[in-house]
Every structure is written in structure tokens, then in C-alpha cells.
Design a protein around this ligand. Structure first.
Ligand code: BG6
Length: 512
């Protein structure tokens, strides 16, 4: 979780959108797990706000249902739940109404007196992004940002919909909170194995010397999902996979894999190195986009053994929609370390598996000793499993037992969550936010450079009449996504199949 060792800090947390899905499924369950594990200061209070008028007991009941259904910490047979829920208050609030913030201020001050939290305030915006600016302004006008303790603003994604809108939003939010006080969430940065990338790279002498274009052939980052658009059509139609996944989660993983070792394990030193990757990331002109970036949209098919409709048939989706539900791209980080190493990314909905994995493919050896026998050598692969399995798999070549010359790939597998369940991303991030550690939150320059990379791609697609390539639900995306690699003599490695990875890597390249 945190890279720093401060003492736990007391606080009042105000959650905007406390009756929404995110709060119910992620935030309250995460807060309760932290409470259970002693990772919250005992002096704290949570004030939920939402549009609906409801009594405190109704609200607490809603929270309880959410934690019981989605939390990893059981609320059964323990007095702990009762003491946790005592800390929760609720106030109905129209966030657009400047005058309503007086009431919120009173509630916050009352909690501060009761819990003796020293004026530390955290505001969590689990609301529509269009309201981020308004709420931060109203918090200032309502006097809520005027406090004797620290103040922090936690914002969900998306932060803007292109560089211009993100910059405007940033200007607005900065009127009320400084950059150090803004915690922009990218929940991928809260995932155990994403955080582990740094450690795997910088704490092992065997990897760092090889981590460059002399030894790495290519990098493949996959984040595939089996779900379709679900009930989010009104959001997704305007975002598509490019804004929903690539601008944030995929590029964050690229940064973690490609960054230079930071001078110290300090927040800004780490974030500085990540930003340098974004500065070196080759930006495509609108004309170049089609050579390097592929978009797709799912059609009807079968996922998880069930027939599913195509994207255009989903509720709330325009039957002529050109929104992409899949993106694959070939990226280059034009610096000394990574020159000419292709970094392939792909993400999509309605794919065969839900899996997030990073495959580092090492270069082949000179074709001397162990070639031209019955089998070619398999390249060494380092697979970093982000989810649902967490771990590392290192594929090597070895002699098959009992033979003279048969070489087989062997896998050295480490499972990160087999002995003990890992904390949820939101637990880790909420904990860090209460501790004032923003290492795994995105800084404005990262966000702005990510938009600058994504914007020309979006513009190229918006002016192109052809729309995304169709792909059948349950497949690995459109044929173009495979051709992107094949044109360079490469292929996507199979992902997400622990037991058969070794065999399949050799025998069945993933060309579905
Ligand atoms: C969210 C996207 O940020 O990430 C969703 O808005 C996507 O569309 C989700 O489903 C994927 O997250 P995870 O943690 O399930 O891989």
C-alpha cells in the first residue's frame, strides 16, 4: 500500500454520490475492510451525501447491504460492524445548489467535534465527472476548504474527455485545491500486481540489466473483459474503449513497465519517472493512426457459453453506433532504453476471458546451439499476471527429462494471492489517500500527456466514416488486431491460462 510509514491520521470523509453504485460496491466495502484491519485511525467519521432524502437508518442499511454483498470482510457475528456504522452520517444535498453547502459544513464540523479529527477533511467525488468542477468550487465557496487540518480531494475518472476539457477542469479544481491535495484515482494503480511491477523490476538484479531494447523483443499488455456495455450505454457511447481504458489504465501500465528507476522511493520521484515515459511516447498524427491503432466493435456471439447481443443491439446504444468496444495499438517509447521495441496493447469488451496480463518477450538467442533440431526454441517470456490471477510466470527452456535433445518450455510460476487474499484496489487507494501518499494517484502532467496522445487518435476516428471493425463476441477482437503484430513477424501470446500456458505457448499460437 503505502511506501511511507507515517502514523495513521484522523479524518472526516465526505462522499459525494454515497448512494451510487461505486460507493455501494467499492468504497464502503473497502472502508470497512480497512477498519477491520486496523488501517483507519479510530477517530474518523464518514458523511455520505446524495440527492435522495433518506433517514440515517435507511442509509446505514443501504451501506450494510453493499458491504455484505460486495465486501471481502464479513460483517457477521461481530460488534465491529456496529461500531463502524456509528461513524457514518448522511445528508441529502443538491450539489449544484451553492447554499446547500452551509448545512454540509455544519455536519462536518459537528463530526469533527465529536470525533476530534483535528480538521482533516477528505472529499471523495463518486459522482458524474461533469460535476467535479462545480462541487470543488462550491466546497470552497461554502467554506469547507477552509480548515485547520489538511484537505484532500479524491476524484474518480474520467478527468475530462480530451486535453482541452481536462485542462479547463484542472484550472477550475485548482481554484479550490492545490495539485498536492488532488488525488486522481486510476484504480489500476491500486492493484497489487501493478504496484508490484516496480518491485519486480527494481529489486531483482536479474531483470534490470535485461530491461531494455537489447534484450526485450516486444511487450504485450492485455486487459480483456467478458462483459459487454452493461447498463452504462449513456456513458460508454461517449467514451468508447479509447477513453474508458486506454487513456488511463493501459497507459498507466505502460508507464509502470517502461519507467526508469526513480532516484528514491518517494512519490514525486516515482511520478517524475512515469511522466518521462509519457513524454517519450511516440504520438501519432491523424494520418498515422490507421497504421498503428485498431478499433473494433463486438457483434452478437457467445461469451461464457451464453449467446449475447452485439453492441448495437444493447439497450441504450444507437443502432448505428460507431463507438469502439475494442482497441489494439502498437506503441513506441522513443528513448534510449526502449527505442524500436514495440509495445502492444489491447483491451476490449466481450472477449473470451476476463484477464489483465503483461507479457515481456525476450529476444531470441543467436541461432546456434539448440536450433535446427526437432523444435525451435521458444522465446523467454516474463508474464506479469495482474488479474484475476495475481502472480508472475517466467518461461524458460529446458531439456525434457529422459531425452537427449528434446527441449521443452518450463514455467516458473509465482502466485501472489494463493496463500492470502490481496486487498482490493480501492482499499489500497483509500488507505493511501488517508495517509497523504499520492504515489499511486495520477498527477496532472501524466493525465494531460495521456490526453495529448489519445486526442489525435480520437480525431482521426471521428472524421473517418468507416467506423470500427466488427468482431464476434467471444473472440479476441478483429483480424486487424492480429495483423498489427503479424506484419512484424510477431503474435499475441495466449493470456490467462495458468495451467496450460507453457504448452499452449508453443503449440497453439493465439490466432482466434
Ligand atoms: C473501468 C472502466 O475504469 O475499468 C470499465 O470504466 C471497465 O469499463 C473497468 O470494465 C475494468 O476494471 P477491472 O478492474 O475490472 O479490470
Amino acid at each position: 500500500m503505502s511506501t511511507q510509514q507515517e502514523e495513521l491520521q484522523p479524518f472526516v470523509l465526505v462522499i459525494f454520490g454515497a448512494t451510487g453504485d461505486l460507493a455501494k460496491r467499492k468504497l464502503f466495502p473497502a472502508l470497512y475492510s480497512l477498519y477491520h484491519e486496523g488501517k483507519l485511525h479510530r477517530k474518523f467519521a464518514i458523511i455520505g451525501t446524495g440527492r435522495s432524502a433518506m433517514s440515517l437508518s435507511e442509509f446505514r442499511e443501504e451501506v450494510k447491504i453493499g458491504v455484505a454483498s460486495f465486501g471481502r470482510t464479513s460483517i457477521e457475528n461481530t460488534g465491529e460492524w456496529e461500531s463502524f456504522v456509528e461513524k457514518i452520517d448522511y445528508i441529502a444535498l443538491d450539489v449544484n445548489d451553492e447554499n446547500a453547502y452551509g448545512g454540509l459544513k455544519e455536519t462536518v464540523e459537528k463530526s469533527e467535534r465529536e470525533q476530534n479529527t483535528g480538521g482533516n477533511r477528505m472529499f471523495y467525488l463518486a459522482i458524474a465527472p461533469s460535476l467535479f468542477g462545480t462541487v470543488s468550487t462550491n466546497l470552497r465557496k461554502g467554506g469547507l476548504t477552509d480548515t485547520t487540518g489538511w484537505k484532500r480531494l479524491v476524484i474518480e475518472k474520467p478527468f475530462g474527455r480530451d486535453f482541452t476539457s481536462a485542462a479547463q477542469l484542472n484550472e477550475q479544481v485548482k481554484q479550490s485545491f492545490s495539485e498536492e491535495e488532488i488525488y486522481r484515482i486510476d484504480h489500476y494503480l491500486g492493484k497489487e500486481m501493478v504496484q508490484n511491477i516496480e518491485v519486480i523490476r527494481f529489486a531483482n538484479s536479474m531483470f534490470e540489466p535485461l530491461w531494455n531494447n537489447r534484450h526485450i523483443d516486444n511487450i504485450q499488455i492485455t486487459a480483456s473483459e467478458t462483459v459487454g456495455v452493461e447498463e452504462r450505454a449513456s456513458y460508454y457511447e461517449h467514451s468508447g474503449a479509447l477513453r474508458d481504458m486506454v487513456q488511463n489504465h493501459m497507459l498507466q501500465m505502460v508507464m509502470m513497465v517502461c519507467m526508469e528507476p526513480p532516484s528514491r522511493l518517494k512519490t514525486e520521484a516515482i511520478r517524475d519517472e512515469k511522466v518521462k515515459v509519457m513524454r517519450a511516447l511516440r504520438r501519432y498524427t491523424e494520418e498515422e493512426v490507421s497504421q498503428h491503432v485498431v478499433r473494433g466493435q463486438y457483434t452478437a456471439g457467445i461469451t461464457n457459453g451464453k449467446k449475447v447481443p452485439g453492441y448495437r443491439e444493447e439497450t441504450g446504444v444507437d443502432p448505428a453506433s460507431t463507438t469502439e468496444t475494442f482497441v489494439a495499438a502498437q506503441l513506441f517509447v522513443d528513448n534510449f532504453r526502449w527505442a524500436e521495441v514495440p509495445i502492444y496493447i489491447r483491451t476490449g469488451k466481450r472477449m473470451p476471458k476476463k484477464v489483465t496480463e503483461i507479457v515481456i518477450q525476450f529476444k531470441e538467442l543467436p541461432k546456434r546451439l539448440y536450433f535446427n533440431r526437432n523444435n525451435d526454441l521458444n522465446p523467454n517470456l516474463l508474464i506479469i499476471r495482474i488479474s484475476p490471477q495475481e502472480g508472475i510466470n517466467l518461461l524458460l527452456n529446458a531439456k525434457k527429462q529422459g531425452t537427449d535433445d528434446k527441449i521443452i518450455p518450463i514455467g516458473m510460476e509465482y502466485c501472489n494471492d494463493c496463500m492470502e487474499e490481496s486487498p482490493e484496489a480501492y482499499e489500497s487507494l483509500l488507505y493511501d489517500a488517508t495517509m497523504g501518499d499520492s504515489t499511486f494517484f495520477t498527477r496532472w502532467d501524466e493525465v494531460s500527456l495521456a490526453w495529448k496522445f489519445v486526442d489525435p487518435i480520437r480525431r482521426a476516428w471521428d472524421r473517418d466514416n468507416e467506423g470500427p471493425e466488427p468482431y464476434e463476441a467471444g473472440s479476441w477482437g478483429p483480424g486487424e488486431a492480429h495483423r498489427l503484430l503479424e506484419q512484424n513477424g510477431k503474435k499475441w501470446w495466449p493470456v490467462g491460462d495458468q495451467e496450460h500456458q507453457v504448452v499452449r505457448a508453443v503449440e497453439k499460437p493465439d490466432l482466434s
